[in-house]
Design a protein around this ligand. Structure first.
Ligand SMILES: [Zn+2]
Ligand SMILES: [Zn+2]
Length: 260
């Protein structure tokens, strides 16, 4: 199996990254894609990808939640140094969730997020790398900006998909796709389950987004890449197919999409 999106920086800080990677391998998770969020984690993830060659891979990107930082331009200017050796650009995108209440302040941050997103899409296009999109409460704008960017939609994945079947169809019609975290197991997430079914098995990819969003019974605990196995078991039941088929499909899809 492959965890196509996780963050290991907190495990590194706690001195347990090696254990976490070992537990993932023991659970049958052969590959982990470490998703970048800011300049501080890019060298960390590049280093882990070197140390766990063949198991850990990395993506570089400046997450929209860091739009308040004044050094965003400087961070993006460093990004090209990490592109050689990176598997993907991400996670990048738009996030409306934590916008300030003041309309004026929100407008400033919104336009900064768009600028960050636009510049990083241009880097992804030049590098011809897959792009991991983080779009929270900003789906339509994110789609429009990707359209404008000229990035190849076949290389676009909306991670931690939390929209509806209508939205997943918008991605699929362009050649893009959605990937799913442990949220698919949550009781109130029927829209996520319906979206996965609407997309089907051909493009299905799974991720943990560790250390967040632990699946099923593990909800509330620190999520680890090993837990993607539990999401796979849940998805197998959802699709009514053996878990081996979900393992094989999602692994093949991720290998094809990310070029592992
Ligand atoms: Zn995200
Ligand atoms: Zn993430």
């Amino acid at each position: 199996m492959i965890d196509t999106h996780c963050h290991l920086d907190s495990f590194v800080a706690a001195g347990i990254a090696d254990e976490v990677v070992a537990r993932a391998r023991a659970a049958g998770v052969e590959k982990l894609l470490l998703a970048g969020t800011r300049a501080e984690d890019w060298p960390l993830y590049r280093q882990l990808a070197g140390r766990f060659a063949g198991t850990c891979f990395y993506a570089v990107g400046l997450h929209p939640e860091y739009c308040e930082r004044d050094d965003w331009r400087e961070q993006i200017s460093q990004l090209p140094d990490f592109v050689a050796g990176a598997t993907a650009i991400g996670e990048i995108g738009l996030d409306e969730h934590y916008m300030p209440k003041s309309a004026e302040q929100a407008a400033v941050l919104r336009s900064r997020q768009e600028q960050m997103f636009r510049e990083q899409l241009a880097i992804a296009k030049t590098a011809r790398l897959p792009v991991i999109i983080h779009a929270r409460e900003a789906f339509d704008r994110a789609v429009a900006m990707i359209d404008e960017s000229g990035v190849d939609w076949r290389k676009v994945v909306f991670h931690c998909f939390s929209e509806t079947p209508e939205q997943v169809k918008i991605l699929n019609a362009r050649g893009g796709r959605a990937s799913f975290t442990g949220t698919i197991t949550y009781k109130n997430a029927q829209n996520v389950r319906d979206s996965a079914l609407a997309q089907g098995l051909e493009r299905l990819m799974l991720e943990t987004d560790a250390p967040y969003l632990a699946p099923g019974k593990m909800r509330g605990k620190t999520c680890e890449p090993a837990f993607v196995v539990q999401t796979a078991a849940f998805v197998a039941e959802l699709f009514g197919v053996p878990v081996e088929e979900i393992d094989a499909r999602t692994t093949a899809n991720a290998c094809e999409f990310f070029g592992f």
